[in-house]
Ligand binder design. Structure first.
Ligand code: HPA
Length: 282
């Protein structure tokens, strides 16, 4: 997929269809009722699916490869709470050198499989100091500071319209459902705005003060491209940030990826309970 997002208009659609056909051959033709993108350290949910078919990303044609520690890289199709679920354990990021169209390849494949509901999760830093490590933040809205948009370039109308509305990227129906699931599972949740920065360097304290001033509550390096592409395809989106650390400059200590993964390990049970409750309510 090295040809760049500006050159791949019609070709991208064919590649997505080929990957979707490969998923159907391996996992069966029924459309999953929901797909989940599992963020850094949050991939364990995929291992809880019943009657699961696990497909390494490398087995799927055109699928971009990820190499970040904590991102195992497989699509698991199975059942949870009686529903057919597709879980994407591992995603690719812009900072790996992928273009924005490649970053949303998996989202496109889910849409072409017939998925109408997407849950996108991530590890994020708490910009709002009320968001402390271990809290789950339901994403109410986002700010795209990635410098790119996955819809840039020729529009393919088979995916969606040229100028899709972004008034309600994260469906209020799904946010309410997440609140109910969190209350039932006794998992503490907050709500807020997610800002996406390109990374891979963490933000500076001055950038965090800027993010706070423009209304961000959490910051991460993912999620926004997938959410935009999903809305382009008319898919309803729920976004959940696992706050893994206070953002840069809040505490007198440096940020470390190991601490991010350590927090995701600590909240593993709560995260899985929340996701199961959400799937139950869909
Ligand atoms: N900044 C950006 N991305 C992140 C962070 C952070 O503080 N924590 C986890 N992912």
């Amino acid at each position: 997929m090295g040809s760049g997002q500006w050159a791949v208009g019609g070709v991208m659609f064919e590649r997505v269809e080929e990957a979707a056909a490969a998923v159907r051959r391996r996992a069966g033709s029924g459309a999953p009722e929901v797909a989940l993108v599992l963020g850094s350290g949050l991939g364990d949910f995929a291992g809880t699916l019943e009657d699961a078919v696990s497909i390494p990303y490398g087995d799927l044609p055109h699928w971009p490869a990820s190499a970040v520690p904590g991102h195992p890289g497989r699509l698991v199709v199975g059942r949870a709470r009686g529903k057919r679920v597709a879980a994407l354990a591992g995603r690719v990021h812009l900072y790996e050198g992928h273009d924005a169209a490649s970053v949303v390849f998996a989202t496109r494949v889910m849409g072409r499989l017939g998925v109408r509901q997407l849950v996108v999760t991530n590890a994020a830093g708490g910009v709002n100091t009320r968001l402390t490590p271990g809290v789950m933040m339901i994403i109410d809205d986002h700010i795209n500071l990635l410098g790119v948009n996955p819809l840039a370039g020729a529009n393919d109308d088979r995916f969606g319209p040229r100028f899709p509305d972004m008034t309600e990227v994260y469906a209020s129906r799904l946010r309410r459902l997440a609140d109910e699931a969190a209350a039932a599972a006794r998992v503490p949740v907050a709500h807020g705005v997610y800002a996406a920065c390109a990374g891979p360097s963490y933000e500076t304290p001055a950038e965090i003060r800027y993010l706070r001033a423009i209304g961000a509550d959490a910051v991460g390096m993912s999620t926004v491209p997938e959410a935009i592409a999903a809305r382009h395809m008319g898919i309803d989106v729920l976004g959940i940030s696992c706050i893994t650390n206070m953002a840069a400059g809040v505490l007198p200590e440096p940020l470390r990826h190991e601490d991010v993964l350590e927090t995701t390990r600590r909240v593993r049970g709560a995260f899985i309970a929340l996701i199961e409750g959400i799937i139950d309510g869909l």
